[in-house]
Design a protein around this ligand. Structure first.
Ligand SMILES: [Mn+2]
Length: 380
């Protein structure tokens, strides 16, 4: 048996409306290390968007390297695979790969080509060993693919989809040669699959929307598990239990306030389907919306709900983060002042005030939903 932990979209260095997520990330990484240890995992796959930006802050880089060293120290046999996502800089992620390789950490920031223009596939082929050191699976560690990665000799109506198909087909070919008869095959991907559910406001807009969603045929039947990143809500794709997004480990927007984030534990055995179980990640900082969900409420009601909150007196960097959603029937020039007075003594951090102007909705006869979106979009 081979036990893999699949996670993705860490977005280290992320800020929510200007507020650092360092504490939440650190709590997650501590939890992950404990879980890898107590569940006796053989491998960890992080399927892209390791960092939130191409140029992550030093604190975020230190957080990653600290985790990798701790993981290597406490779990000497653990295979670790990191692939680049659309938020990562492929070359920045790849830069320390000689040092990381020496630590047993396989990092593939992006595809690299030799002078003849051929892709260096060997870098993407990673053996996964069980607790006795026997190879039980091979992972084809495909990073996020950029337009420049796609083959140029493709003459089809949709060069993106056919280009992706040909790259994955070549990777699977290479992988099959390594795996032979005795090992199972696993793939990674950082991409948007057909029918994937998006977390509103959380993922960066995909090129042109759904037209670039990728079909399931990318992954042939002989692949036992596909570890995907990019979508922040955990889900399997197209009714296939073994083609999965793990989702992000912490909420990336207030829309995910009530969403329970997870890591996937994937058990691979010979001649059987992958056995996937969900490990729920404890929430280390509360994300609160008043009122809860997607509703708006008038200011007195919002203030009343604020005052009835039961809040612990926590250090500043651990206090709940708050979004207020206020319905306005008329202009309210002292809105911010009234809110600030109500909140002054509370151990809470106000990150966002969203307003829904009722008069405007009726005046323009646009649906309320559209008005909400219009008002939110400038801050995203
Ligand atoms: Mn992401």
């Amino acid at each position: 048996m081979l036990r893999i932990f699949h996670t993705a979209d860490w977005h280290l260095g992320h800020q929510l409306h200007g507020v650092s997520r360092h504490f939440e990330h650190q709590q997650f990484l501590n939890w992950l290390l404990d879980a890898l240890e107590s569940n006796e995992a053989d491998a960890l796959i992080v399927a892209g968007d390791i960092f939130d930006s191409a140029n992550p802050p030093a604190t975020a880089q230190a957080q990653l390297y600290d985790f990798l060293v701790n993981a290597r120290t406490s779990l000497p046999g653990l295979s670790i695979i990191l692939v680049g996502g659309n938020h990562d800089s492929a070359s920045r992620l790849d830069a320390p790969s000689p040092i990381l390789n020496a630590l047993g950490v396989h990092v593939v920031g992006g595809l690299s080509r030799n002078e003849e223009g051929n892709i260096d596939w060997d870098r993407l082929l990673v053996p996964l060993t069980n607790s006795t050191g026997d190879i039980r699976a091979w992972c084809g560690a495909m990073p996020f693919l950029r337009n420049a990665d796609l083959p140029t000799n493709i003459d089809e109506s949709d060069p993106l989809i056919s280009g992706m198909k040909s790259l994955y087909a070549e990777l699977v070919d290479q992988l099959a040669q390594k795996a032979g008869q005795d090992s199972r095959m696993i793939l990674t991907g950082h991409c948007y699959m057909v029918n994937g559910a998006l977390s509103e406001l959380s993922e960066r807009k995909i090129l042109g929307g759904n037209q670039h969603a990728l079909p399931l045929e990318l992954f042939p039947e002989n692949i036992v598990y596909v570890a995907l990143g990019h979508l922040h809500l955990a889900q399997h794709v197209g009714g296939k239990e073994h083609i999965r997004y793990s989702g992000s480990p912490i909420p990336m927007s207030f829309d995910e306030s009530d969403y329970h984030h997870q890591v996937l534990q994937v058990d691979i055995k010979p001649n059987q389907a992958a056995d996937v179980s969900v490990l729920k990640i404890p929430r280390s900082i509360d994300l609160l919306r008043i009122p809860n969900g997607k509703d708006f409420a008038v200011l007195p009601e919002v203030i009343q709900q604020l005052e009835s909150l039961q809040l612990d007196d926590l250090p500043m960097d651990q206090r709940p983060m708050l979004e207020l959603r206020i319905r306005l029937d008329k202009p309210e020039p002292s809105l911010r002042q009234q809110i600030e007075e109500a909140i002054a003594q509370l151990p809470i951090r106000l990150l966002k005030i969203s307003t829904l102007n009722i008069t405007m909705v009726f005046a323009t006869s646009t649906s309320p939903q559209m008005q909400i979106r219009n008002r939110l979009s400038p801050s995203q």
